[in-house]
Design a protein around this ligand. Structure first.
Ligand code: NAP
Ligand code: G4F
Length: 324
């Protein structure tokens, strides 16, 4: 059966790209992905979800406008999800120029490709709670002023405002999802939740002894990526494009998240934790807490997975992968 709905996803090989692909395939879309071909096993997430043969890959890179124009033409996309990014905050201090080019200018490249090839295509920008940085309100919503604290946050602010500007300048159906941290068994191992669940599993199986972390007093509003990709799709089904905060409305310290992961395996995280100043950041985002009221009211979206369910799901997946 051929579908008349065609999506183009940048960042298809990432955590969100995999879950969004699965959701769109279930809804009958033809799913096209921009493949940057930079790693050796970049398709592992799509393979884990059993969908790697159902998505069509188009070679391209966010920093190459010509490849994005070609991807728009080839895919005949009616919906474009810009999820591609150098998404690790810590690395953005080591590679600030690359981060600005991929996460900031890259988003403008995608907007230009949409404007040039098909102005009727709907566009989603992966904005982030990291833009709130040094928070200007206790609970952050769509109206909270932005104060980024990392080169990554700065680049994402550029992309966020470019999305609004293309909506206002060219009447593009361009929406931004300001998503708070979301995790899953497909999360990259450099992010703190997965680092912790993988370490807990390794320690339980006798493969590792200690877990080295930085600022464990930082607080994050963590949700499940599988729930959050649904909000992305809902944004593009609205008559009018807009910006939405997607969050759980609950914030938890890294410390308490560790406790949940280790307790699930009958361990005490304090027996294994080493604080390593090497993981402290030049400027920290101490606390994030989102208010998803607008997404609830307008999109009918609500998170379905608690932090406890999320972390235990991740620990169980890591135990399975390590052969336990
Ligand atoms: P992720 O797992 O790190 O995936 C990033 C994706 O971007 C990968 O597919 C990567 O390809 C691709 N990419 C990197 N550089 C590229 C380039 N130059 N050209 C084309 N593609 C490139 O990130 P995620 O967690 O799925 O997040 C998805 C998006 O949401 C990102 O934009 C992120 O910044 C944003 N976001 C994430 C969260 C969160 O908590 N997860 C919250 C708010 C916003 P390779 O596989 O080849 O590296
Ligand atoms: O898991 P993290 O690296 O995520 P961070 O920096 O909040 O960024 C993630 O969420 C953003 C949304 O707000 C996304 F836009 C972004 O792309 C990414 O997905 O760190 C979370 C917290 C930080 O405060 C960090 O300092 O955990 C703290 N932390 C403490 N020890 C650590 C570690 N983080 C990492 N990655 N590794 C540590 O050892």
């Amino acid at each position: 059966m051929t579908s008349n709905k065609s999506a183009l996803i940048t960042g298809i090989t990432g955590q969100d790209g995999a879950y969004l692909s699965r959701l769109l395939l279930e809804k009958g879309y033809e799913v096209n992905g921009l493949l940057a071909r930079r790693g050796s096993d970049t398709l592992w997430r799509l393979r884990e979800l059993g969908i790697h043969e159902q998505v069509k890959m188009i070679d391209g890179d966010l920093t190459d406008l010509s490849s994005l124009i070609r991807a728009m033409e080839q895919s005949k996309a009616t919906e474009v999800y810009n999820l591609g990014a150098q998404s690790f905050v810590g690395t953005s201090w080591q590679q600030p120029v690359l981060t600005a080019q991929v996460d900031g200018v890259g988003a403008i490249n995608v907007l230009e490709a949409v404007r040039i090839v098909n102005r009727d295509a709907r566009f989603y920008q992966a904005s982030t709670s990291e833009m709130f940085g040094l928070i200007q309100a206790e609970k952050q919503d769509e109206k909270t002023p932005l104060y980024p604290r990392s080169p990554y946050g700065v680049a994402k602010v550029m992309a966020h405002w470019a999305t609004i500007n293309y909506r206002e300048s060219y009447n593009l159906h361009a929406s931004s999802g300001i998503l708070f941290n979301h995790e899953s068994p497909l999360r990259g191992i450099e992010f703190v939740t997965r680092k912790v669940t993988h370490a807990a599993a390794s320690i339980r199986l006798g493969l590792q002894k200690e877990l080295r972390l930085g600022n464990i007093d930082a607080k994050r509003d963590w949700g499940f990526a599988g729930d959050y990709v649904e909000a992305m799709w809902l944004m593009l089904q609205q008559d009018k494009a807009d910006d939405y905060v997607v969050a759980t409305g609950v914030t938890t310290t890294v410390r308490d998240m560790c406790e949940i992961a280790f307790r699930h395996l009958g361990l005490n995280y304090l027996d294994h934790l080493v604080i390593d100043p090497g993981f402290f950041r030049p400027a920290e985002v101490e606390v994030l807490l989102g208010n998803p009221a607008k997404a609830k009211a307008r999109l009918g979206w609500a998170p379905k997975t608690s932090l406890e369910q999320l972390i235990t799901m991740m620990v169980d997946a890591d135990i399975r992968r390590l052969g336990g």
